[in-house]
Design a protein around this ligand. Structure first.
Ligand SMILES: [Zn+2]
Length: 174
């Protein structure tokens, strides 16, 4: 988990101090994994990067990536939702075959559906995404389809303020 360490600072939006804001929040698994039965999970597979789950006789493949959102007040810094996307078997196989290859950073992006409900006023599950592989050791970058009208998609396109980051911290941690 990353965070903005350092000194307390006073927010220009609300005038309150926001300190030590966490800049990565993540889901441990696709939501369907958490809803699956113990038997389905036992037959499936879940690691920090990939997930395979068979539901109703159909195999589903998931990959974890980062939905990065630029922090407007902190150029060069990002907030990341660590989230899961479902991929076709073909895309999953292609990524698995090249997982340790530095050249995977130049693989063309693959299509995926977002598979986690994030704290937004409209549902985030099934937002269309393009998953960009990066060098080994770096989680793939999830680019939300920019043509979709959704607050999360707008945040990725335009960035968020540190005040908004504080709101996200509050929404996740209470
Ligand atoms: Zn504020």
């Amino acid at each position: 988990m990353g965070s903005r360490g350092g000194n307390e600072w006073r927010c220009g939006t609300c005038g309150e101090p926001h300190q030590g804001l966490v800049t990565v929040f993540g889901a441990q698994a696709p939501d369907v994994w958490l809803q699956a039965s113990a038997t389905e999970r036992k037959a499936g597979e879940l690691s920090g990067d990939v997930c395979v789950l068979e539901v109703g006789g159909e195999r589903h493949y998931f990959l974890r990536g980062h939905i990065e959102i630029p922090l407007i007040d902190s150029p060069g810094e990002v907030f990341s939702w660590s989230a899961w996307v479902s991929l076709s078997q073909e895309s999953t196989q292609k990524i698995a075959d090249n997982w340790d290859d530095p050249a995977r950073a130049s693989m063309p992006p693959v299509f995926g559906w977002l598979c986690n409900e994030l704290p937004y006023e409209t549902p985030t599950t099934s937002i269309a995404t393009h998953v960009h592989n990066r060098v080994p050791g770096m989680v793939p970058y999830i680019e939300l389809d920019p043509s979709i009208d959704h607050p999360l998609v707008r945040e990725q396109a335009s960035g968020i303020s540190l005040h908004r980051l504080a709101e996200i911290n509050k929404a996740v941690m209470g």
